[in-house]
Design a protein around this ligand. Sequence first.
Ligand code: G3H
Length: 496
Amino acid sequence: MAGSGTFSEIIDGDVYKYYVDGQWNKSSSGKSVPIINPTTRKTHYKVQACTQEEVNNVIDSAKKAQKLWAKTPLWKRAELLHKAAAILKENKAPIAECLVKEIAKPAKDAVTEVVRSGDLVSYCAEEGVRILGEGKFLVSDSFPGNDRTKYCLTSKIPLGVVLAIPPFNYPVNLAISKIAPALIAGNSIVLKPPTQGAVAALHMVHCFHLAGFPKGLIGCVTGKGSEIGDFLTMHPGVNCISFTGGDTGISISRKAGMIPLQMELGGKDACIVLEDADLDLAAANIVKGGFSYSGQRCTAVKVVLVMEKVASSLVKKVNEKVAKLTVGPPEDNCDITPVVTESSANFVEGLVKDAKEKKATFCQEYKREGNLIWPLLLDNVRPDMRIAWEEPFGPVLPVIRIKTVEEGIHHCNASNFGLQGCVFTSDINKAIMISDAMETGTVQINSAPARGPDHFPFQGLKDSGIGSQGITNSIHIMTKVKTTVINLPAPSYTMG
Ligand code: G3H
C-alpha cells in the first residue's frame, strides 16, 4: 500500500511531505492540497502546500549540492543512478498504485510507466558516461587568417539547477526523463510535480533518496501553481527549465529569462491514410494511438485525415475495434478510464456538443458518467468544427475525409501545433515526401505517433514546444560548452 513500509517516512498523518536538503518535511503553511481520485471524485491523497520561502530553501540547497556534484566522477554519478533505477523497479507496485488512484491510469500501464522509467534512468547513466566523457580538440589553422598557434579544447559542463515540471499523464516517467539526464550531466534538480500525480512523484523521489544521492541534490516542492508556480519559474537560482504540459509552457517561456528551456506542450497529431494503405494496420494504430490512456497523451492520434475512396472501409474497421474497448475503472485494467478532472471531462463534452450542432456523424452514442467518457469516433468532421483543431485530451477522435493528399498536409500544417504526425501507405517514396511536407517534429510511417523509444529524439515545432528531448538530446541541453584556448607564441622559424 502506498505510504507504508519503504515509504512510511514520506507521509505525516494523511498528508505527504515535501523533500528538501535530503529530508522529508511538513510545510510551515500548515495547509495541504487535496488530490481527487478521478474515478471516485473524492479526495484520495493530500500533499503539502509549500510556501515561497520553502521554495527558496529547496533551490538554495540544490545550488550548494550541485557544486560538489559537478566534481563527482561520472562513473560515481552513473553508479547512483543505476541504484535508483533498481530501487524504482523494486517498488513498481506501490508507485503504480498511486498512478491508478491519482490519475486513473489503467493498472497495467501504471506498472509499465514505472518500469520504463527505471530503464530510462539506466540507459541515461550509460549514455552520459559515454558522451560526457569526451571533448573536442581544434587547431586554428583551419580558419583563414590564423596560423597554427591556437589550440582549442572543449568539454561539456553542467548548467546548475534544473527545474523539472512534468505533466499529470506521466508524473513518474516524464519527471524521470528530466531528472536522470540532469543528474548524470552534473546538475541538481528541483522537481515540481503536477497536483494529480504528485504522490507517485514523491514516491519516485524517495527511491532516489534511498539510493543515497547527496543531500540537497534533489528537491521536490508541492503546492498550488498560483502560489509557487511563477515564483519557481522566474527564480534567479534556476538555470534551466524542462517542462511538459499544456499551454502554460508558453507563458513560462515568456517569463523565464535567458536560460535554456526544454518544453513539450500540446499536439494535434494527424494521421494521414492513403488509398494504398494497409487499412487493418491503420485501424489498429488509430485505435491504439487515439484511445490508449483515454486519449490523454500529447502524442495521441488527434485527427484522422483519410482519402475519401477508403474512408468508409477505414471507419468501419476502426468502429469494430472501438466496440471492443473496455470502459470502467483503472483498477480493472479497462482500456478507457475516467479522464483526470471534471473540468477536463467538461471540456471534452464542449467539443462533442459543438460537433453535434455542426452535424458531425456520431459513430457511437455520446455517453458520460462523472469523469468517465465512452470512446467516440466522429466521422465527416469539417474544418469549421472545434474538434478539427483543438486537442480533446479525452477519448474522442475526429475523422476528416480528404480528396487529395495535399488537402491532408494542408490541414496538418494549418494547426498551431506541430508535435508528431503519421502516414499510412505502402509507397515508401510517397511516405517520405509526406513526412518532409508535414510541419511536425516527428513523422511515423505506418505506425501511431509515440515519444519512445526513450533515446529517440523527441521534439515539437510551433506551439508544441522548443528544444529536443530523448536521452542524448536532454543530456546535451542540460550542459553547456566550455572552451579553453591555448595560445602559443608565433613561430619564429621557417620550415627548411
Ligand atoms: O503526453 C506526452 C508524452 O510525451 C507522450 O508519451 O508517446 O510515450 O505516450 P508517449
